[in-house]
Design a protein around this ligand. Structure first.
Ligand code: DX5
Ligand code: ZN
Length: 229
């Protein structure tokens, strides 16, 4: 079990919302430690790690070794692992050991979401459940109560830098009215200064952004703009 995970949870404890989570997918991988330090010093609340397996989505990105390196370099930073993989449940133990604080699997690749939430909590992490744009919101509703965070994808996952799909905002309303005050609603994909307002207005309180932060030369300003826009 990750010791960092049991110390605190930035997502379930009372906190100032929205939370801004840079996705390191658009960072300069040859300079990753410095990139993470820069966004954290620039006001990021935590780091979002996009884990892709080349099967659930057509891309390969990062895994447990990278998570463990970030845990070592940033001992108190909350690490959010977004698993775009087949069989997410089979990665729970290894990401907990690597120091992840939040483990989010997809409804589309989870055959037993209640059991997955239990296993994530047993491993000492917060539990997240994600839904892709084409998936009917009805599929996730029965499982919301078991999770600390629901992630509504606003692009089809696989790559950063894609255009925001506004139709997913309808899901936000339906899900947010079912959440307890300690549960968070995260949106991920195509979020930047032009789209963040509609996401927050609809009820999202955790904002993920990759290109809108890492493509700028002032990370602090980009983060502040996402927080206040
Ligand atoms: C989607 C990933 C996102 C992605 C966001 O495949 O889950 O986290 O990196 O990238 P932007 O913010 O550039 O759309
Ligand atoms: Zn993501």
């Amino acid at each position: 079990m990750s010791t960092a995970a049991v110390e605190m949870s930035i997502i379930t404890a009372p906190t100032t919302l929205p939370l801004i989570a840079p996705s390191i997918l658009s960072a300069d991988f040859a300079n990753l430690g410095q990139e993470c330090k820069a966004v954290l010093e620039g006001g990021a609340d935590f780091l979002h790690l996009d884990v892709m397996d080349g099967h659930f989505v057509p891309n390969l990105t990062m895994g447990e070794a990278l998570c463990a390196s970030l845990r070592k370099a940033f001992p108190t930073t909350y690490l959010d692992a977004h698993l775009m993989v087949e069989q997410p449940k089979s990665f729970i133990e290894s990401f907990a050991s690597a120091g992840a604080n939040l483990f989010t699997g997809h409804i589309e690749s989870s055959d037993d979401p209640i059991e997955m939430a239990r296993a994530i909590h047993d491993a000492g992490m917060d539990a997240g459940l994600a839904i892709n744009p084409p998936t009917d919101v009805e599929e996730i509703l029965p499982y919301i109560e078991y999770y600390d965070l629901i992630l509504i994808m606003s692009v089809n996952p696989g790559f950063s830098g894609q255009a925001f799909i506004p139709e997913v905002l309808e899901k936000v309303t339906l899900i947010s009215e079912r959440l307890r005050p300690s549960q968070r609603l995260q949106m991920d994909g195509g979020i930047g200064p032009m789209t963040v307002g509609s996401a927050k207005e609809a009820g999202c309180d955790v904002i993920v952004a990759a290109s809108a932060i890492f493509s700028t030369n002032d990370y602090a300003a980009a983060i502040e703009e996402l927080r206040t826009a």
